[in-house]
Design a protein around this ligand. Structure first.
Ligand code: SF4
Length: 294
């Protein structure tokens, strides 16, 4: 991978590198071989968070973004995406555990991009034990596929398997730790948390609408529409803008609950003292109410 990158960027003089936590060493190794290069150290969770503007301001001619796949944002300098593919050997005993947990159920496989190769290996190993996968799907960015029946999720982290578990039965296998987990209890707990937060936001009088300046997460237009919607319901709503959405940045403001328009993981994964929901949940409720009135 490093050789391919070096070849592709040889025409550029100054180079910026951005990488998620797991690829810091790779970024460092790359910078060492490139010469005139620098590394952004801010946390980077997806291709929604591209630092091309900052890189340009610092004189870089190109930005190398490691670990994620491009999902089509416009950039002010060339951005080269290099998704990272784990190549992990999955032991026979782990395949047996997965196979037993699947039992006789029909199942589909979902995987995050970094585990694509491992997912295909697991699918063929399961096939050799007589199990047949109904479909294989890569889960990208903020989306959760809606799949009938059982889903075997292959990847690390809980955001995607939990999101899928809101609608399907999910078995999650993390090839990095060999942990195999049934997600329905956590899916139900997340659903309870989400509903509780929804009630908290709906009953609040003063609401903060959160907007991130990260390029692929910036939804100011939706925030303005949400403000109007909440004010039409007699609530007081203000828009708060920040780069990284953190409750500590909101200390001191007189609001009782938050509506998040940035990364949907924030309302699902992060712990906030005040109720927080994703704006899409409120939009869904509003749409349902309108449909019922028709
Ligand atoms: S889930 Fe969050 S971090 Fe991932 S692509 Fe979506 S906005 Fe970005």
């Amino acid at each position: 991978m490093i050789d391919d990158i070096l070849k592709e960027v040889e025409k550029y003089r100054k180079i910026a590198i951005q990488a998620p936590d797991g690829l810091k060493r790779l970024a460092e190794e790359l910078a060492g071989k490139l010469g005139d290069a620098f590394i952004f150290t801010d946390p980077c969770y997806g291709a929604c968070d591209i630092k091309d503007r900052e890189a340009k301001e610092l004189g870089a001619e190109v930005l190398i973004h490691l670990g994620h796949r491009d999902f089509g944002l416009e950039h002010c300098i060339p951005v080269l995406f290099y998704p990272y593919y784990y190549d992990i050997y999955v032991k026979d005993k782990d395949i047996e555990r997965i196979s037993e947990a699947i039992g006789d159920n029909a199942f589909s496989i979902c995987f995050s991009i970094n585990f694509e190769r491992v997912a295909h290996k697991i699918a063929s190993a399961l096939e050799s034990t007589g199990k047949k996968t109904s479909s294989m799907q890569c889960v990208l960015g903020c989306s959760f596929p809606s799949i009938e029946g059982m889903v075997l999720y292959i990847g690390d982290g809980s955001f995607h398997p939990l999101g899928i578990a809101l609608k399907s039965s999910v078995l999650a296998f993390d090839p990095l730790t060999a942990e195999l987990k049934e997600m329905s209890a956590e899916g139900k707990a997340l659903d309870r948390k989400r509903r509780g937060n929804l009630l908290g936001v709906l009953s609040a009088e003063r609401i903060g609408i959160l907007v991130s300046t990260k390029r692929g997460q910036q939804r100011m237009k939706e925030a303005i529409e949400m403000k109007k919607m909440l004010e039409n319901k007699g609530k007081k709503a203000e828009i708060f803008v920040m780069d990284r959405i953190e409750e500590s940045s909101l200390t001191g403001y007189n609001v009782e609950a938050y509506v998040n328009t940035a990364c949907p993981r924030i309302a699902l994964d992060d712990e906030f003292e005040k109720p927080i929901v994703n704006y899409t949940d409120l939009v869904d409720i509003e749409r349902k109410m309108r449909d019922e009135q028709m």
